[in-house]
Design a binder for this molecule. Structure first.
Ligand code: DGL
Length: 265
């Protein structure tokens, strides 16, 4: 039996679990290390230089400590800034998470798409370049949300989060006069990995039905392609969950579904 590959999945908090979940489905036999940089959460509230200065050396330490075969930056706010720095400095293969503007615009029939991300992600030159290059004639509205990532963290931690608070963050994505308007927004890019944690509520609170574009399945396919065909690998050492704040693991059981049913230690 071959040794399982180690995949390190990194985010500012719990949002990257939505990406981890898909990767675990694609590669159930791999060894997983999930790192939440909660000591610096939310990344959306930090400046670009601060994020680069935080993430690049931290990833270096994590590579030294865990020797991953592949690192996934499951965070749009970081990936839209740090991928070239990481690839320059470290030899491990990296997969990033950036707004899925190209597939969203290809899919929209009304040609009106919204990109919902952190304030940092929607400001980035990287995101603006994706729109310039791949909008394919669509009108693209950038919506920077100040609080939705924090609301998603609270909801996953079992706290009450009101519909009103979520609906207010969502409202600017919906351009048009309702479901019958042929020029309404019909596609919303989830450009923050935290947002799919609230999927049921986003669907319920949307003023009209839209296509929600979550890049996680495409990221999982990319990871699997880079690793090559799976062998008979199986992970016997268990999944690891690391909080940079070193807070105690009170959520382990609630997080099991994201780890394919394993309790992360
Ligand atoms: N999960 C992160 C993203 O995909 C960001 C949340 C935050 O730290 O602001 O952008």
């Amino acid at each position: 039996m071959t040794a399982p590959p180690t995949i390190l999945v990194f985010d500012s908090g719990l949002g990257g679990l939505t990406v981890l979940r898909e990767i675990v489905r694609a590669r159930p036999g791999a060894h997983y290390v999930y790192v939440a940089d909660d000591a610096f959460f939310p990344y959306g509230h930090h400046g670009e230089d601060e994020i680069i200065a935080r993430v690049v050396p931290l990833i270096g330490e994590l590579i030294a400590a865990h020797a991953p075969d592949l690192v996934v930056i499951a965070c749009n706010t970081a990936s839209t800034l740090v991928m070239s720095h990481l690839r320059e400095q470290y030899k491990v293969p990296f997969v990033g998470t950036v707004p899925a503007i190209k597939p969203a615009c290809a899919r929209s029939t009304t040609k009106r798409v919204s990109v919902l991300g952190t304030r940092g992600t929607v400001k980035r030159e990287y995101t603006r370049a994706l729109i310039r290059d791949f909008s394919q004639g669509c009108e693209v509205t950038l919506v920077g949300s100040a609080d939705l990532a924090s609301l998603a963290e609270s909801a996953l931690s079992g706290e009450q989060v009101s519909d009103l608070a979520i609906a207010a963050e969502l409202a600017p994505c919906f351009i048009g006069n309702g479901e019958a308007d042929p020029a309404r927004t019909d596609t919303v890019v989830l450009a923050c990995t935290h947002y799919p944690l609230l999927m049921d509520r986003l669907v319920r609170l949307a003023p009209w039905p839209v296509d929600w574009i979550d890049p996680a399945p495409a990221i999982a396919r990319r990871v699997s392609d880079l690793l090559g065909p799976p062998g008979s690998e199986a992970d016997h050492s268990g999944a690891e969950m690391i909080f940079t704040s070193r807070r105690p693991h009170t959520l382990s059981r609630a997080l099991m579904p994201f780890f394919g049913g394993r309790v992360p230690a």
